[in-house]
Each structure stands twice: as C-alpha cells, then as structure tokens.
Design a protein around this ligand. Structure first.
Ligand SMILES: Cc1cc2nc3c(=O)[nH]c(=O)nc-3n(C[C@H](O)[C@H](O)[C@H](O)COP(=O)(O)OP(=O)(O)OC[C@H]3O[C@@H](n4cnc5c(N)ncnc54)[C@H](O)[C@@H]3O)c2cc1C
Ligand SMILES: NCCCNCCCNCCCN
Length: 545
C-alpha cells in the first residue's frame, strides 16, 4: 500500500515521421511528416540510410548510426560495409541537438579522440582500428532544443529551461557550470513547498489587487499534512477532492481556497500539465538533488555552446526516415513503428509517458515598477485562473517579468497571436498592479505547438508505472534512446537530458566494441564520457545563499 501525504499542494502520495538520406554529394537530405495525435503527443522518426550513399563513411567498414530524436528517442545501428578493406571504423549520427543529443555527440567525439591516442600507441601491434566520425543532425536552425537562450533584448533570457534543479556538486552539470564560471541565483533551498521557490521573497495578490497576508499563504502551504492511503492510482486533483470531502476541517474556503488553487497552479507548472493528469502514486518519485533550485543568471546557452564546440552539426536537417542495418530497418510514425517492430514493453512506455506544455511570455519594461520580490502571483478560485510572474530583475538586474502558464491555460494561450498572448499576460499583471506601464518588448514561447518539441517536458500520467521512463531508455538490440523522458531519476530536466546523452553514448561505444572490436580493449577505450570537466571541481557561484 502506498502512503501519500497531502499537504497544500505538496501532495505526497506526432508523430514525426522523420528521415535522413545520406547523400554522397550533399551530405544529408530530408523530408518530414508531422502530426499530433489526439490525447497525447507522440513522435517518432523514420530514417533511411542507404549503403551506397553514405559519403562520409565510404572508407569505413562499420557505420554507426546514432539517432536522436525529438521526444528523446534515440536509435542506433551498425552498418557494415565490406568492400575489401579490413579496417573497421564506426561513424555516428546523432539526431537532435538538444542537451542530450549534444552531450551524446560531445562524448562520442571524445571517444574518437581517446581512440586516436590509443591507436598511436597500439596500432603498430595490429590492434583495433577505431576512429568514429560524429555528425549531428538538427531540424531547427539552432541547437539547444528546449534550452533556448534569447538575446534579442540585449541580454540573455531563457525561453525554455532556466533553473538548475539541484545546486550541488552531484549535479551532472555542476562541473561545466563551475568551469565556465556561470553565476547562479538560488530561488529556493531544499524541500521547498513550491519546488523552485521558497516562501521567502514573494507577493501574492487576490484578483482585486489586494495582497494576500503572508501568514495565510504559509498556513495553507502547511495545512494538509494528512496521509492518504490508497492502492489505486488517481490524479492529484481527485485526491485533493477526496481528502477535502472526507475531512471537512481541511476544506479551504474563500481566500484560503484561492491560495490553495495557486499552490496547485505551481505544481501544474512543475509538471507542465493540469492536476487532473498527474499521478498521485508517482509524482514524487523523481530525485530532487540537494542544494535547492537556482536560475542560470546568464542563461543556459554558454554550456550548450561549449559542449557543441568542434562538433559537425548540420542545422535545418530534419530526420524523416530511418532504415538501418544490413537489411534495413524502418522507423515510422505512430509513436515509433520500427521494422521489426519494437517490443510491446517499449511501445507501451512510449505511449504511456505524458507530455504537456508550460510556456513563457517575457515582458520587458523600461523600468521596474513592481515590488522587489522573486515572484508575483495572483490567486483565483481555480488553478486555471491563477498567475505566476518570475521577477528576473531580482536575479539579473534586468527589468523583466516572465509570465508562465502551464497545462490547459498554456494550451489556450498558444492559440493566440504573440501580441494577444503578451496582452493577456499584461492584463493579468494589471489586475494586481494597476499602475503597470506597458512593456516595451515581449517574447512568447510555443513549446506545445512547435513541431520540434510538441510539448515542454514529460510527467507521470495517472495509472502509468514510473518505470516507463526507464523502459524508454533501455536499448533494444542496437537501438539506443535518450533525452529527458528517458531519465528516471531527473525526469523533465536539463541535467537529466544531459546525463542520458552521456549514458547512451557510452552504451553505443561499448556496443561497437563488443560487436566489432576486441572486447579486451574495452578498458583501454575507457573514458571519454564526462571526461575532463567531471574531474575538475570548481565551486559554483551562487547568490542568495
Ligand atoms: C518552458 C520550459 C521550461 C523548462 N524549465 C526547466 C528548468 O528550469 N530546468 C530544467 O532543468 N529543465 C527545464 N525544462 C526542461 C528541459 O528544457 C528539458 O528537459 C531538456 O532541455 C530536454 O532536452 P532533450 O535533449 O531531452 O530534448 P530537446 O531539447 O527537445 O532536444 C531534442 C532536439 O531534437 C530536435 N529534433 C526534433 N525532431 C527532430 C528530427 N526529426 N530531426 C532532427 N532533429 C529533431 C529538436 O529540434 C531538438 O533540438 C523546461 C522546458 C521548457 C519547455
Ligand atoms: N517556477 C516555474 C516553473 C518552471 N518550470 C520548470 C520545470 C522543469 N522541469 C520539472 C521537472 C518535473 N519532473
């Protein structure tokens, strides 16, 4: 029996048909079909690789295809070319230049470097010949994926990921952040009621612009410590309703209820979906690293740029079709339609993982007219009606507020033009600060409708086992998968995506050696993944300690 604490809101309990044709003259050619299936957003890819036109592998005996796709599906294949030569060199194609794809390509490229060093020492003894070439194919005209730092205001603003969840040395990204000297503004410590914020520096208002007394906010946050015992999974929304029905003294009314709805709205932001979709059983099973949550003051871009340095990246290369192996394997739409088909357990995981939307509407003002707090909120009688504004001025010194709708609200706002979306965000601000001046610039993200992401990040859907995330990661024969939705521990995060990219690259490397290399040499190739950065410990630069 699973026990769940219920406390305020901390309730404890496209198909893309994708393809590449590697052309001997041009490199890569692609076409794509993209569609959204009702009920859930699914993606997959189909890549065709034709033996005769893999130009950059022409002199190699083994071609290693490493396919990395949108909703973080990664497929890899060995392609054997036996044209006389006995030399054996794999090549790698990474599909998708998000954090996981870039991490994988970076690690594979390092593996190549290690091999060259190793070769220098052993080739004269007739040992394994192994110089992988790595090419990364990215459908957008930029790298980063759901990490996208915009500079159009003249300073960095993250339109996707902005926080480092877990400001500590165990964070897989810590060594990179430390080494690059990137400052972090910590918005919460451990076990914060609001995930990435403490109730330390904020202002909550009711719809008429009156500030909600802080003791009420804290009281509601601490209110419902009841343990709820159930074997059955249900949604967070349903669980709260049941608890309230059974324990009338817990029922929040009037303003207290609106504050409770606001907590719920923040939880919906964390999972990018409505509370009706979030699994009571599994929502708290991800690992939250210690050290609280910190904003990347200069944005995430410097890390992705550093990891991408020296990689062969082909932008605007959308993968639409994959045929792999000596006889060819097809991966087609409906989630993933592999030939041969993926095993049922894998397809079930792809189907069962939820992905919905959180967006950002960034308002740039000529001056600051709001209170000097980390965030502003508007409470309402439903989570849908609540608002959350992150005050970037506190962390960065720039006069910027970021309005972040999630779930159904984000979905509805995505139907508006950018201008109307910005107007809507501003109208929410006007409700609480009547003397607010119009923004001078705005930016609007569209993660839900963007065919390259079709959602913001994955969540635990009601009735689906948590191990789906791990199932999604597990390789099938020589097909490999990576990305945030394959990360059981750190689902939905940048560091989670990053770590699965490294893992997938390492598994690919080992597979190449097992299949085509000298197994005894595995140790000699060791390395590469995480390499230098991981071994250097540089203290993180954290403000608001
Ligand atoms: C609004 C928002 C806020 C977030 N906030 C945070 C946060 O504060 N902290 C945090 O840790 N995480 C946050 N996240 C989550 C984080 O951004 C993601 O978990 C992470 O960036 C995912 O990386 P990925 O490599 O798995 O996938 P992606 O970044 O989506 O990478 C996939 C790549 O594949 C490309 N691609 C797709 N289809 C094809 C194709 N057919 N052919 C070729 N290329 C293709 C895409 O363009 C993309 O570049 C946030 C996300 C969003 C949207
Ligand atoms: N406070 C604003 C919310 C910002 N959303 C970031 C959520 C990132 N991923 C959460 C992972 C949940 N599994």
């Amino acid at each position: 029996m699973k026990s769940v604490n219920i406390l305020g809101l901390r309730v404890y309990p496209a198909d893309i048909a994708g393809g590449i044709t590697l052309d001997s003259n041009r490199g890569v050619e692609m076409s794509c079909v993209s569609e959204v299936k009702g009920g859930g957003l699914m993606q997959s890819a189909m890549v065709s690789v034709h033996r005769h036109n893999l130009h950059f592998t022409a002199s190699h005996q083994h071609i290693y295809i490493y396919i990395y796709i949108d909703l973080n599906f990664l497929a890899a294949s060995f392609y054997q070319k036996t044209e006389g030569r006995q030399s054996r060199s794999p090549s790698a194609i990474v599909i998708g230049g998000g954090f996981a794809g870039i991490a994988a390509a970076h690690a594979l490229k390092n593996a190549a470097f290690q091999c060259v060093k190793w070769l220098g020492k052993f080739v004269s003894h007739g040992s394994l010949f192994f110089i992988p070439q790595v090419v990364l194919l990215e459908s957008r005209d930029r790298i980063g994926g759901r990490v996208h730092t915009d500079y159009s205001f003249g300073f960095p603003v993250d339109m996707g990921a902005a926080w480092l969840h877990g400001v500590c040395n165990e964070n897989p990204l810590a060594s990179w952040i430390g080494r690059l000297g990137l400052p972090i503004y910590r918005t919460s410590g451990d076990n914060s009621v609001l995930y990435d914020h403490d109730l330390e520096s904020y202002a909550l208002f009711d719809g008429d612009g009156h500030q909600v007394p802080q003791d009420l906010v804290e009281k509601v946050g601490k209110a419902n410590k009841l343990r709820y015992e159930t074997n059955e999974d249900m949604s967070i929304a349903q669980a709260i309703k049941l608890v309230m029905e059974r324990h009338s003294y817990l029922r929040q009314e009037g303003l207290a209820n609106n504050v409770l709805q606001w907590y719920l709205c923040r939880m919906e932001g964390w999972f990018a979906t409505d509370a009706d979709n979030i699994s009571l059983k599994n929502w708290d099973q991800e690992v939250l690293l210690p050290g609280g949550h910190g904003l990347m003051v200069r944005g995430y871009r410097p890390i992705i740029n550093t990891l991408a340095k020296g990689l062969d990246i082909r932008l605007r290369h959308r993968v639409t079709k994959i045929v792999w192996g000596t006889k060819g394997v097809k991966v087609t739409a409906k989630i993933i339609n592999f030939e041969p088909r993926l095993p049922d357990w894998k397809e079930e995981a792809i189907d069962g993982i939820g992905v919905r939307t959180e967006n950002k509407i960034v308002l740039h003002f000529d001056k600051v007219f709001w209170p000097n707090v980390e965030f502003l909120g508007v409470v309402s009688s439903s989570a849908y009606g609540c608002s959350y504004f992150l005050n970037l001025h506190k962390a960065t010194g720039n006069p910027v507020l970021v309005y972040m709708p999630a779930g159904r609200l984000a979905y509805d706002i995505e139907k508006m033009s950018d201008k109307d979306a910005a107007k809507f965000a501003f109208s929410q601000l006007k409700r609480i600060l009547s003397d607010a001046t119009e923004p001078i610039q705005y930016l609007v993200s569209h993660w839900g409708v963007d065919e390259n992401s079709l959602g913001s990040y994955s969540y635990d859907a009601v009735g689906k086992p948590r191990e789906y995330f791990e199932r999604l990661r597990i390789p099938v024969d020589n097909l490999f998968f990576a990305g945030e939705a394959t990360c059981n521990k750190y689902t939905g995060t940048v560091h989670g995506a990053f770590s699965t990219g490294l893992t997938a690259a390492e598994e690919c490397r080992i597979r190449v050696l097992e299949k085509y290399g000298d197994p005894d040499s595995l140790e000699m190739f060791h390395p590469a993944m995480g390499e230098v950065a991981a071994s250097i410990s540089v203290p993180l630069l954290i403000s608001r300690m």
